[in-house]
Design a protein around this ligand. Sequence first.
Ligand SMILES: Cc1ncc(C[n+]2csc(CCOP(=O)(O)OP(=O)(O)O)c2C)c(N)n1
Length: 378
Amino acid sequence: MKADRLLKALEEMGIDTITGVPDSTLKQFCDGLQNYQGNLKHYVPVNEGAAVGLAIGSYLADGKPACVYMQNSGIGNTVNPIASLANRDVYGVPILFIVGWRGEPGVKDEPQHVFQGRITCELFDVLTIPYSVIDKETTWEEMEEILEKAAEVLANGDQYAIIVKKGTFDKDVPFTWKNGNELNREEALAAILKDTQKDDLIVSTTGKISRELYEQSNSIYGNHDNIFMTVGGMGHASMIALGLAKKRTDRRVICVDGDGAALMHLGALAFIASQAPENYLHIIINNQAHESVGAMPTGCQKTDFSQLAKDAGYTWTRQVKNLDQLHDALRETVPKRGPVMIEVLVSLDSRADLGRPKESAKENKEAFMKDVERWSNY
Ligand SMILES: Cc1ncc(C[n+]2csc(CCOP(=O)(O)OP(=O)(O)O)c2C)c(N)n1
C-alpha cells in the first residue's frame, strides 16, 4: 500500500491533522508523510500521549477528528488521555489511530517487543476501541471498507485503530533531513567509553545509542557489563540512572540519553536537578531527530538541552560539537558535584551493519547487577 494513497483517503474522511511519534514498522508510512504534498497538518510531539492531547485540542477547534500514529510501544503513553478524556464515558472525542505492530506473535523480534506485541490487540479490546489489522496483502478495496467502518465509528465520537503489520507500506522516497552537525554519534559514544572509567555505571537509552555502546564497549573492553541498556521504556533511562545513583553514591552513574527520549519525559530533568545526585552525569546525544527509527525530526529543533538543564538546576552543563570539546568536557566534569550535563550535537549517520545485543535481556541485567556488586566489594 502506498502511504500517499492512505493519507489522501484520510483527508477525504475529513481528517486535516496528523500527529504522532515515528516507528520502525511505520518507516515507509513516515517517509510518505514527510513527502506528502496534500493539506494535512503534521506534528511530532514529545510522546504518544501528548499526540492524543493535541488530537483532542484539534477536534475541539472545529469538530474534525485527527489521526494519531505510533509504534505499539507507545500505546501505554496514550492510555491515560484515552481512558480519562477521549472515551465516550467522558468527552467522547473521535481519533483515528495508526499503530505499527512490533512483536507480532509468530514473528521474531527484539525482547522489548515480545510481550507488548502479544497484548497489542487486547489493549485495544480493553479500551473498547474497535480495530482492523492490515498487512502487505490488504487490497485497496479492503482498505476502503476499513476506512468506511472507521468513519462511522468516528462520527459517533469514538476512536478506531488500524494496526499495521511489518511490510504493509511500499517503500517511499526515503526522507533525508540533515541537521548540520558533523560529529558521528558512534564515534562520540566510543570517545565517551574511552574517557570514562570502567567503574562508572552507564544507563543508556532506547534505540541505536544502546546498540552502538554495546558494540563499542565489546570492542574496547571486551564486555559491556557496566552498561544497562534501556531497550524499551523510551524516555525512562534518566530516572533509572537516578534510582541507581541514589543508592550507589560510591559510583558515578552516567545516563547516555537521546534527545527524542529525553523530550518524551522531560520533567525528569527538573526532578533529577531537585534530587541533586552528586554522582550523576547526564549525557544527551542530540541529533534533533528520532534517528533509530528513520530519522524523522523531533519537532523540537530549538531545544537547547544544556540551557534547559542549567535552568532546571543542574550544577554544570556544556554543549559540545566535536571530539576535542567532548574530551575536555568529560575531563572537566570529573571533580564536579552533580548533577552535570553534557549535550553532544551529532549528525544523522549510522552503520547499516550495526548489530543487536546477542544475550537475552535478563542475561544483560544479571551481568550488570554483578558488575554493580563486584565493585561494591572492591
Ligand atoms: C514509547 C515509545 N515510542 C516510540 C518508540 C520507537 N522508538 C525507538 S527508538 C526511537 C527514537 C529515539 O530517538 P532519540 O532518543 O533522539 O535517539 P536517536 O535514535 O536519534 O539516537 C523511537 C521513536 C519506542 N521505542 N517507545
